[in-house]
Write a protein that binds this ligand. Structure first.
Ligand SMILES: Cc1cc2nc3c(=O)[nH]c(=O)nc-3n(C[C@H](O)[C@H](O)[C@H](O)COP(=O)(O)OP(=O)(O)OC[C@H]3O[C@@H](n4cnc5c(N)ncnc54)[C@H](O)[C@@H]3O)c2cc1C
Length: 266
């Protein structure tokens, strides 16, 4: 079986790593008639390197870690002509039924219904205080906002941006209620991480670049810390420790008779 993941950003890299790991380790002994560890996992990225928003050393490290997991990585080439039976990648046709799109998507349709300036993917162009130009009473935040006042490029569509903008918007609303001027927004970029698999990750913490086990441990720590409540943190920590020690990643859900649907057409 072949899985093709299109898009080598954090979502595609994490997805490729997770599928390869599940096929090679988690499901390896679950079936008698098929061998999941023989699954081909192919990651396609149109840009010359994976994780284009990360520093180059971490892109190379991510590529190496994926290759170690058995993922075939193809960069600088675009996927086209996706059909039920496969897809075209450069000059090659890759037969495969499962294709996973991780090459970006459009913002909510709501932006386009406002009658204001939006970018190519439908994000609303906002002023430096997160309001729509000419509409100081309307703020747009998170994935729907194109905020380009800090770096000249739109801020990335990640949850820290959305959370910081949410808090800033709330503070500005309180200021406006008191007849004060809203303040411009500044994003505090604490770094980026992508987890690839067991002991495999990359982390750009701005002051240091980490790969492999150290990056993976930082990723675990940060995700545990952001969980709400001590009991939740303990429960997740226990589940992760169990999965780590047993190579067992929880439930297998078979909800329909996929076998008959997956049969090749006559
Ligand atoms: C597969 C995937 C993996 C990701 N991984 C990461 C990651 O590891 N780290 C990270 O930082 N970010 C990650 N992100 C990005 C992150 O999820 C978003 O940047 C973040 O959720 C944006 O927050 P938001 O509030 O703008 O939008 P959302 O979280 O999308 O929230 C919008 C909410 O509004 C609701 N809604 C939409 N339209 C309407 C409507 N008309 N009326 C009422 N409600 C509506 C939606 O149902 C949704 O609940 C990932 C995104 C995806 C898709």
């Amino acid at each position: 079986m072949t899985f093709v993941i299109i898009g080598g950003g954090p979502t595609g890299v994490e997805m490729a790593g997770a599928i390869a790991e599940i096929a090679r380790y988690t499901l390896a002994k679950d079936f008698r008639h098929i061998d999941p560890s023989q699954a081909r996992v192919i990651l396609i990225e149109g840009e010359p390197r994976l994780l284009a928003s990360f520093p180059e050393d971490l892109s190379s490290s991510a590529m190496k870690q994926l290759v170690d997991l058995g993922v075939e990585v193809r960069t600088g080439v675009r996927a086209t002509n996706l059909t039920e039976t496969g897809l075209q990648v450069g000059d090659e046709f890759i037969p495969c039924r499962v294709k996973i799109w991780a090459a970006g998507n459009n913002a909510s349709f709501v932006g386009k219904t406002l009658g204001v300036a939006v970018d190519r993917v439908g994000r609303v162009m906002v002023d430096d205080d997160l309001t729509i130009p000419g509409h100081p009473e309307v703020q747009v935040i998170g994935d729907l906002a194109n905020f380009s006042h800090q770096t000249g490029q739109p801020l990335p569509g990640v949850s820290p941006v959305a959370m910081q903008q949410g808090r800033h918007a709330a503070r500005n609303i309180l200021r406006m209620i008191k007849n004060r001027e809203p303040r411009p927004f500044r994003y505090w970029d604490k770094g980026s991480m992508a987890t690839i698999g067991r002991n495999k990750a990359v982390a750009d913490l701005n002051f240091v670049h980490l790969s492999g086990l150290p990056a993976w441990l930082v990723w675990l720590f940060v995700h545990i810390i952001f969980l709400v409540g001590f009991r939740n943190r303990l429960a997740v920590l226990f589940q992760w420790a169990w999965a780590y020690l047993t190579f067992n990643a929880g439930a297998r859900l078979i909800t329909r008779n996929f076998q008959s649907e997956m049969r090749p057409p006559a």
